[in-house]
Design a protein around this ligand. Sequence first.
Ligand code: CA
Ligand code: CA
Length: 103
Amino acid sequence: MKNFSIICAAVAMVSAPAFANKDHDKGNMEQKTQFFFEKMDSDGNGMVSKAESDAFGAKMFNEADTNKDQFLSLAEVKAHKMKKKEEYKLHQHNMSDDDKETD
Ligand SMILES: [Ca+2]
Ligand SMILES: [Ca+2]
C-alpha cells in the first residue's frame, strides 16, 4: 500500500502540469472556435446556417487556392493554415489591446 501511495503522488505530480496545459489548450480551442464561428456567422444572428457554412467553405477554398487552378495542394493548405493562424494571432493581439484601453 505504501508503494501505491508513492505511485499516486508521482502520478499526481506528473499529470498536474499536463492537465493545466490541456486546460489552456482547451481555452485556446474555445476562443479559436468562437473566432471562426463569428467569421462563419456572416449575418451575426448567432447561428451558422448551411448557406453560411457553405459560403465560408467556398471562401476558405478560394483564399487557399492561391494559383486559382481550382485545386488545393498540400502546400496551399499549409500556407493557408499559417495565414489563418497569423490572422487569429493578430485578432488576439487586437483583443488584448482593447483590454488595455478599458483598464
Ligand atoms: Ca447566421
Ligand atoms: Ca491551387
